[in-house]
Design a protein around this ligand. Structure first.
Ligand code: ALA
Length: 937
């Protein structure tokens, strides 16, 4: 009699019961947010809550545990996001069933029980099970012979089904640091008919071969080390067992369905999506990727929100936001343009609340947050997408394939498009995104929304708005011409009446927590970007009220009305409380930041002086940027300054810093200042009255540097502390650029370099003094190994070439050899294109030439294809090309290009080309064959 099919809930419970019967304590799943673990964003395995027990830092009243753990693998070392949707077995959120021994039983019992549960309790077919054990490819960590022995002792285990693999597959690590050890995985063979890579000549159809025939279901990890660093594996005081079974995978296996998305727990989500789209079964299959992504992401979002992770801008909250937005975008692909995810999340709650009651408890929060986030996304997504498409088009037109990271960040900060969505779309167009650049930009703007980017430049309609505001304020006596008083020099704090609030392009009376608005006061002490120095930031508070706002930027709107005048508006984000027109507000400049900027500004003057002293008087400034983190200085100079000169320049600046010269600032007539020798920059306009910044050399009673400058400076050069040039480069003909850092930023720079050297020395296991020699040796060794590898590859190719030639078509004594290789990625394809293709074609032609039976010679057509493009070469033996112009390689390439819709060109014996439509490759080959037949000489 056929056994009744178990539900997912029953399977989960039977796993737990099996181990409870063997002395294990059931420990409920911990939260997706790992408590107190700074090394992880999310719980990514069952063992996370036991980590400290492994490390010997914690003990529990039990030594054996069993559970089913909520896991997220969407960031860090274990990140499956890219696979989700593309296959039936990967998820962002999933459940992991596990059993643990804390210094109790070890490999023998772990293996015996795994075998017993799978084959006797759950009745899996033994002949379909495989086990893998660890063998270190570097020979540094011992081979796991013990696990091998235990596997071979299990009744009905086919010894040929026990295989060894290296670090990638069989050495498990929690994160970059933490407990780890060799592991044994159990895989199921679904049978050769399930291989989906049969057409791939390079595919090896076996366990870990990456096709759909084999599936890993259970990983038994034998924890015995702690990874303390990249090269540092410490043995642990005791040995432990940590196992993890992919719950969805075992359920799909036991329920006899081929996809995790068909198990009883997830099918209702898939069906609900179908109900919303109204698709037929066939249409659903055709759109299976969006179905899977939506189901997966809806489940993740529900579980995240239930654990208190709601959508937001950074860290875990960013992931929650990204997951919801990504699901929403996949929804638009199947016509779901209005918020719909709550309907799917509802199904998740129904399926999973029995085992995870927190879902039901937080039902309202889950549904509300999901919908709210979809609505937020809906507002911005269109403009974001059209901007992204435009960016990608422009890059493509310029021959670039990588979208810069800061653009990707801008798409997120300004248009709400998470990086992962930008990358999805870029990949759809065969482009990529600079992820590192994105992370850096994100780090720089740690508070993403509400940062400067959230406010645009002043556009036409805004000028009209400010004109109106200005006129009203003047009319009501709140402002007098020429408008807002600007004095960033005397005080760093100023109180005043809040005159106007502008929110979303409209004046409002009050504004609340979370809002991004612009505000106007009668006076401001915030410096406004000019002369290369960036604007100040700071904060606003109201005395006696608990209100606080960050000032992100300041903007000057000149001439808002015909009578002239200025408005200075502060762009703020309300952090706490509210602000209303009429409030008496105190505005404070961020003093630390201002001081950092001042150090960089005075250092710029010292640098200018040093440049002219060392390189000559003509090395004058042509532009500069003075920021908090660094300074950038452009100057006229024809050549590239030598290293020696740069060091002298740096020394000169540091000498002036150590001399602790006073910086004297005064307002004087332009003529007077010029007479004193002030540097007035060509092209700059000065008023009659100017501000001169004089760095005085008191000992010599003369000026060290005198410039006309509106910027803010230190009082004495000693405050700068330390100056360091970090880069020198060219920015066009006759203009050079120096980037430099001062004060704490210079210290930070030096320290970072020191850490870098330390890390390199650690990795290379070499003292600092021998580092250079060691690196040369390592590079030489890599070169040597590359040579060996390429020789071995040629050998491989030559093996393949012979079998390809065997399959060639003999057309009246002329051999036509078509050969299609498959690459996985565009990059690999580019590599092949350059080297492997011509090499293979050459080898085919030389092999043909050496054959007596092929007197007429031959034609080789070698094609390299990825899923989205192909490149090819045509080589013909010289007797063929000289026999007829029609049989030259270039003529044959044209035939192939025409038949495949691609391009091509070349010479008589060699031609090459490429195209996009891989589905037409076989038409191309037939066209070439027909062509040869009709042109045979
Ligand atoms: N900790 C192991 C894994 O996650 C069991 O695969």
């Amino acid at each position: 009699m056929q056994k009744k099919m178990m539900t997912g809930a029953e399977i989960r419970q039977s796993f737990i019961n099996f181990f409870k019967e063997r002395g294990h304590t059931y420990v409920p799943s911990s939260s997706l947010v790992p408590g107190g673990d700074q090394t992880l964003l999310f719980t990514n395995a069952g063992m996370v809550q036991f980590k400290n027990i492994f490390l010997g830092e914690e003990t529990r009243p039990y030594t054996r545990a069993v559970n089913s753990q909520k896991c997220m693998r969407v960031a860090g070392k274990h990140n499956d996001l890219d696979e989700v949707g593309r296959d039936d077995t990967h998820h962002t959120f999933f459940e992991m069933l596990g059993n643990w021994s804390f210094g109790d039983y070890y490999k023998k019992e772990a293996i015996e029980w795994a075998w017993e549960l799978l084959t006797e309790v759950w009745g899996l077919d033994k002949s379909r099970l495989w086990a893998t054990c660890f063998k270190d490819e570097y020979g540094e960590i011992p081979t796991d012979e013990e696990a091998y022995q235990y596997w071979s002792q299990q009744s009905g285990m086919n010894p040929e089904h026990i295989l060894f693999f290296g670090r990638k597959d069989n050495f498990w690590e929690m994160a970059d640091i933490g407990p780890c050890g060799p592991c044994s995985e159990i895989h199921v063979d679904y049978g050769p008919e399930f291989c989906n890579k049969k057409d791939d000549p390079n595919h090896v159809c076996s366990v870990n071969g990456d096709c759909k025939r084999f599936m890993e279901i259970w990983n038994l990890v034998f924890i015995q080390y702690n990874r303390a660093g990249p090269n540092n594996l410490e043995p642990l005081p005791a040995k432990h067992v940590d196992t993890g079974m992919g719950f969805e995978r075992i359920v799909s296996l036991l329920q006899g369905v081929r996809s995790n998305y068909q198990i009883d727990l997830l099918k209702p989500c898939m069906d609900a999506i179908q109900e919303l789209t109204g698709h037929t079964g066939k249409e659903r299959e055709e759109n299976i990727t969006p179905y899977r992504v939506i189901t997966d992401h809806a489940r993740s979002a529900a579980f995240l929100i239930a654990d208190g992770v709601i959508p937001g801008n950074t860290g875990r909250n960013y992931i929650c936001r990204m997951i919801i937005r990504r699901a929403a975008r996949f929804g638009t692909k199947i016509g779901l343009n209005k918020p719909f995810l709550a309907r799917i999340a509802e199904k998740v709650i129904e399926s999973y609340s029995g085992a995870y009651p927190e879902l039901l408890k937080n039902r309202r929060a889950i549904l509300d947050n999901v919908t709210r986030e979809e609505m937020r996304f809906e507002k911005t997504v269109e403009s974001g997408l059209s901007y992204l498409y435009e960016l990608l088009d422009n890059l493509k037109a310029a021959g670039n394939r990588i979208l810069p990271g800061d653009e990707a960040f801008d798409l997120y900060a300004t248009h709400g498009l998470p990086f992962e969505i930008t990358r999805d779309i870029a990949l759809e167009q065969n482009m990529d995104v600079d992820e590192l650049g994105f992370r850096q930009a994100m780090e720089e703007h740690r508070l993403i929304s509400g940062s400067g980017k959230a406010f645009g430049a002043v556009g036409g309609e805004e000028v009209d708005l400010y004109r109106e505001i200005f006129e009203t304020l003047v009319k009501n006596g709140k402002l007098s011409l020429p408008g807002v008083v600007y004095d960033p020099y005397k005080n760093l704090e100023k109180s005043g009446e809040l005159l106007t609030i502008v929110e979303d392009g409209e004046p409002v009376d009050t504004t609340f927590e979370g809002a991004n608005v612009a505000v106007i006061f009668p006076e401001t002490c915030f410096y406004i970007e000019s002369g290369g120095q960036v604007s100040d930031t700071g904060e606003l508070t109201i005395k006696g009220k608990n209100s606080r706002a960050l000032v992100k930027d300041v903007r000057k709107i000149a001439n808002p009305c015909k009578s002239g005048g200025f408005i200075f508006s502060h762009r703020i984000k309300i952090i706490r409380g509210n602000f209303a027109v009429g409030d008496a507000v105190s505005a404070q400049v961020d003093v630390r930041r201002r001081n950092d900027i001042a150090r960089h500004h005075t250092a710029t003057h010292l640098l200018h002086k040093a440049l002219r002293k060392i390189l000559g008087e003509t090395a004058v400034q042509s532009g500069s940027l003075v920021a908090r983190e660094y300074l950038r200085f452009d100057f006229a100079y024809q050549a590239s300054p030598s290293q020696d000169d740069l060091e002298k320049i740096e020394d000169d600046v540091n000498d002036a810093i150590r001399a602790d010269l006073p910086v004297c600032i005064s307002e004087e007539k332009l003529e007077t200042a010029k007479k004193r020798g002030a540097m007035a920059l060509f092209g700059e306009k000065y008023n009659d009255m100017v501000r001169s910044v004089d760095v005085r050399d008191e000992l010599k009673n003369m000026t060290h540097s005198l410039e006309l400058c509106g910027g803010t400076h230190v009082k004495r050069t000693g405050e700068i502390g330390f100056f360091k040039i970090i880069q020198e480069s060219s920015v066009g003909s006759g203009v050079r650029r120096i980037t430099a850092v001062a004060g704490v930023w210079a210290e930070k720079y030096v320290r970072e370099n020191e850490h870098l050297i330390y890390e390199i020395a650690e990795t290379l296991k070499s003292p600092k003094s021998e580092l250079a020699a060691k690196i040369s040796r390592v590079v030489a060794r890599i070169r040597e190994m590359e040579k060996k590898l390429s020789a071995a590859e040629s050998k491989n190719i030559s093996g393949a070439i012979y079998s390809v030639i065997e399959k060639g078509k003999n057309i009246n004594g002329l051999l036509f050899v078509p050969f299609v290789m498959q690459s996985f990625s565009q990059e690999e394809n580019d590599g092949n294109d350059r080297e492997r293709l011509p090499k293979s074609a050459d080898m085919i032609i030389s092999a043909i030439k050496s054959r007596d039976d092929l007197k007429k010679g031959g034609v080789a057509l070698v094609i390299d294809k990825t899923q989205t493009s192909y490149s090819y070469v045509v080589a013909v033996s010289d007797n063929v090309s000289s026999a007829s112009k029609d049989m030259e390689a270039v003529a044959i390439a044209r035939i192939f290009a025409k038949a495949t819709g691609g391009s091509g060109g070349g010479k008589s014996t060699f031609a090459r080309g490429g195209g996009k439509d891989v589905s037409r490759i076989s038409d191309g080959i037939s066209a070439v064959e027909d062509y040869i037949r009709s042109h045979i000489f």
